[in-house]
Design a protein around this ligand. Structure first.
Ligand SMILES: *Cc1c(COP(=O)(O)O)cnc(C)c1O
Length: 493
């Protein structure tokens, strides 16, 4: 297996190289040269544990890792850091299925990949004889930063520095990051919004002189964001696992097609579902659920992608995004891997903030359906689902649920459908409590958690509960124009 660029640079690299590099030299994203097919082997996979299944799927892509190397990483990743022995259970709630991806150490689906990717990177450095130390630089609006810190903590030869906007994350998210343990973790709050943090970090990656200076000091910069195939590929696994769990439980027969509904931001999660379909998993429709930032809804209904619009801040902040980076990988497949076409579309996006795909590409995307949910609908449905089924979901998951309701109403499609659940309701406890009609502005963050627990008779996940007594270990703060200086201070260069 090799990986190539979506933009036509003909260089082919093995998996460990692609994981180290993250992004191609031409700015494109790494894609596998082909999709291995598991269709005729599904029968042999039905009874595998999450870890074993993970091995069977990933070995097809990471074939420069030997069995022991890969299994070591997987065993260290999906262990008792997860509070559910299935790792990613699919639960049946009345006529609906929810694939719960939030049982990891930071209570959001980012853990599914970020518990594993750092270990794959560590192994990749070893295999490629990289002598320098790696510095992971990440700007976060909340979930990614904490999950990356947890995944990278205490790894040798790797340091991680996370920048977050001081006023742009929830109190829980802030505490989660500021109390981060590990001898190689650095957390810096910046005075500015997420875009400021993001663009400052990007400018460091593009600063040739600065990179030279780091190299002289034995450092290489890298990133943990969702365009790295080391994050994308582990996400393919849970689509297989969920399907096979339905087979095991006799909810479907092997070979039956099912739908997945995925709450979408950067298009990483749903792209992994599409990859699993390309690998022979029987999937009918992929329903791409957006919040009020419904760029992708417009794209799938009209073929036009237009980011020239205002960004709305919603109660599902991990989906407040106007440029879905991973969509480039879908475009690549939709135009039958014609990299010239991809270049044209991406250039148009960069120059005009807009592109339109042709009819041929559109017809290649017919398994995708775009839907979206308004803030009002999300609030209403969290309450409805809880009252009807005694099942509590977070705001992001409710965007998916609401989108599915709309899809059902439009299509009457009877296909078994799995709604992908991406965060614990406790991570967004204020908005969830609000949706249940129990808001009380006098409550602090921990009183909110307790009230939510009492009102819904559910338990606060330990990683969130423990924050109450966690020590603040990070107090770095800087102006947005000082980020480079801050990196220099931390690395002492
Ligand atoms: C990151 C995130 C998403 C969006 O996933 P993408 O892969 O970026 O599409 C949805 N929900 C939650 C809770 C997230 O943290």
């Amino acid at each position: 297996m090799h990986f190539i660029s979506t933009r036509g640079n003909k260089e082919k690299v093995i998996a460990s190289k692609a994981i180290i590099k993250g992004i191609c030299d031409d700015g494109g994203l790494y894609v596998p040269t082909y999709f291995p097919n598991l269709k005729d082997k599904l029968n042999n996979l039905v009874n595998l544990s999450y870890k074993k299944l993970c091995f069977e799927v990933l070995k097809l892509f990471l074939d420069d890792f030997n069995e022991k190397e890969l299994m070591d990483c997987i065993n260290k990743s999906y262990d008792d850091k997860f509070d559910n022995e299935k790792i990613a259970p699919t639960v049946k709630i009345k006529d609906n299925y929810f694939l719960e991806l939030y049982h990891g150490p930071t209570c959001a689906f980012k853990d599914m990949a970020l518990t594993l990717m750092p270990l794959l990177l560590e192994k990749s450095l070893e295999k490629n004889n990289i002598k320098e130390d790696i510095v992971i630089l990440t700007a976060t609006s909340g979930d990614t930063g904490k999950a990356a810190l947890e995944g990278f903590k205490n790894l040798e030869k790797i340091k991680i520095i996370v920048f977050f906007p001081e006023d742009g994350v929830s109190t829980i998210q802030k505490l989660q990051m500021k109390s981060q343990e590990g001898n190689n973790t650095y957390v810096v709050s910046i005075k500015g919004n997420f875009d400021d943090a993001q663009s400052s970090v990007k400018s460091i990656f593009n600063d040739e002189n600065f990179n030279k200076k780091l190299k002289q000091n034995n450092y290489i910069l890298s990133s943990a964001n969702s365009i790295n195939i080391g994050r994308l590929l582990p996400q393919v696994v849970y689509y297989f696992y969920s399907y096979l769990e339905l087979v095991r439980n006799k909810n479907i027969n092997l070979g039956d097609k099912i739908n997945f509904v995925v709450p979408t931001g950067n298009f990483g999660n749903i792209l992994a579902a599409y990859y699993s379909k390309n690998m022979g998993l029987p999937i009918n429709k992929l329903i791409c659920a957006s919040n009020e930032n419904n760029v992708l809804y417009d794209f799938f209904t009209t073929g036009k992608y237009n980011k020239n619009r205002k960004l709305h801040l919603t109660t599902s902040p991990s989906m407040d995004i106007l440029i879905s980076s991973n969509l480039e990988r879908l475009l690549f497949e939709a135009c039958n891997r014609d990299d010239k076409k991809v270049n044209k579309l991406i250039n148009s996006l960069n120059n005009k903030g807009f592109y339109e795909i042709d009819n041929n590409m559109k017809s290649n995307l017919s398994s995708f359906i775009g839907e979206y949910a308004t803030e009002e609908e999300v609030k209403e449905n969290i309450n409805n689902i809880f009252n009807k089924y005694n099942y509590l979901i977070d705001t992001h998951t409710c965007v998916a649920y609401t989108s599915y309701e709309k899809y059902l109403k439009n299509t009457k499609d009877k296909t078994t459908t799995v709604i992908v659940s991406t965060a614990s309701p406790y991570k967004f406890s204020k908005d969830v409590l609000n949706a249940l009609g129990k808001e009380d502005n006098s409550l602090d963050e921990f009183q909110i958690l307790n009230t939510l627990s009492k009102e819904t008779n559910t338990t606060i996940p330990l990683p969130i509960k423990n924050l109450k007594t966690a020590k603040v270990l990070h107090n770095r703060s800087c102006e947005k124009y000082q980020i480079k200086k801050e990196v220099e201070n931390i690395l002492k260069v």
